[in-house]
Design a protein around this ligand. Structure first.
Ligand code: UDP
Ligand code: MG
Length: 312
């Protein structure tokens, strides 16, 4: 098998057939299609089964999750299932044109020194607010973290088998693929591509989901927030010592009139708030540690189908 295509699908019923047609036209190599139906609420799974039955000669497989586990889990399942020498990850919504897969493949074959190719958007076609927050996020996480997060690089990639095997060795529950791709290293070539409009359906990324994703990324790849507590505690300790010395000198020289009530209230509120925030940060890490220790599976497969199982 030369190429495995991993296609995470969540509510993509109308895109399945057009997507396959576009792939068939664009790809020249022997290809294995792995659709992952990530708990879609529409007819996606039925459509994929229909696609398999209508194209018995093509190598199409589908993993049907027992519920929605997220794109990260879907990509992982696909990689575990894949057999190809090269593995590509591509969205089902046709925003990522399959012809770039062929382009990436040709590039990797011509340039043996590279191990993977990642597509990046030269220009984002999203709301200004999303672009703004994403920019901030990349600035922030690149400051905090040791691995590098290239801005605008997407999950739309082609990987050599060796890279896939390395990725599969990372067993963490909270998977942040952008970090994982960087963490495993290897030489990645960044190829510009043009994102197309979604064919059917809507994006499943709300602002809230994006924030949660960003937080996962920061916490998974940096321990710096934990150090904030140490630094702030140290600073306030030194300030309090200085203040103590001032008070003692004041008492010994001029004496103290009773006052400073507002100051005390402000200080109590300030340090109370600060402690809460820092405890919250601790809690975020602790919670994730707790989840990791449970060692739950990252996804559950309800059906694993291909042409052979469907015909039976
Ligand atoms: N997706 C998925 N599980 C989810 C959400 C999305 O498998 O919980 C898939 C979705 O079907 C699509 C890809 O991930 O193929 C990218 O999702 P989407 O198009 O919503 O994201 P965007 O392109 O807006 O970043
Ligand atoms: Mg999309």
């Amino acid at each position: 098998m030369e190429l495995s295509l991993i296609i995470p699908c969540y509510n993509e019923e109308k895109n399945i057939f057009p997507f396959y047609e576009a792939c068939k036209e664009a790809l020249k190599s022997e290809t294995e299609y792995i659709f992952i139906n990530d708990g879609s609420k529409d007819q996606t799974f039925l459509e994929i089964k229909k696609l398999i039955l209508e194209n018995p000669k093509s190598n199409i497989k589908c993993l049907n999750f027992s519920r929605n586990f997220g794109k990260e889990a879907a990509m992982l399942a696909g990689m575990q299932k894949s057999k190809g020498k090269y593995v590509a990850i591509i969205d089902a919504d046709l925003q990522q044109n399959p012809k770039y897969v062929q382009k990436m493949l040709d590039f990797l074959k011509d340039h043996g020194e590279y191990d993977s190719v990642a597509c990046y958007q030269e220009k984002r076609i999203e709301s200004k607010l999303k672009i703004f927050f994403k920019k901030r996020f990349y600035k922030f996480i690149n400051k905090l973290s040791e691995v590098e997060f290239p801005e605008n690089a997407s999950d739309f990639r082609l990987l050599k088998r060796s890279v896939v095997n390395s990725i599969l060795e990372l067993k963490e529950y909270y998977r942040f693929s952008k970090g994982i791709f960087s963490w495993v290293g290897y030489d990645t070539y960044y190829m510009p591509y043009k994102v197309e409009e979604r064919k059917y359906g809507t994006t499943s990324w709300s602002m809230k989901k994006l924030f949660k994703y960003a937080l996962d990324g920061i916490i998974s790849y940096s321990l710096l927030p934990l150090k904030i507590a140490t630094v702030l505690g140290f600073i306030s300790f030194i300030i309090s010592i200085i203040y103590l010395i001032i008070i003692i000198i004041e008492k010994l020289t001029v004496g103290i009139a009773i006052s400073g009530y507002p100051t005390i209230v402000c200080l109590i509120l300030f340090f109370g708030g600060l402690q809460m925030i820092l405890m919250g940060i601790l809690g975020e890490y602790l919670g994730r540690t707790y989840m990791e220790t449970k060692r739950r599976p990252k996804y559950i497969i309800k059906n694993d189908v291909d042409i052979n199982t469907l015909k039976r």
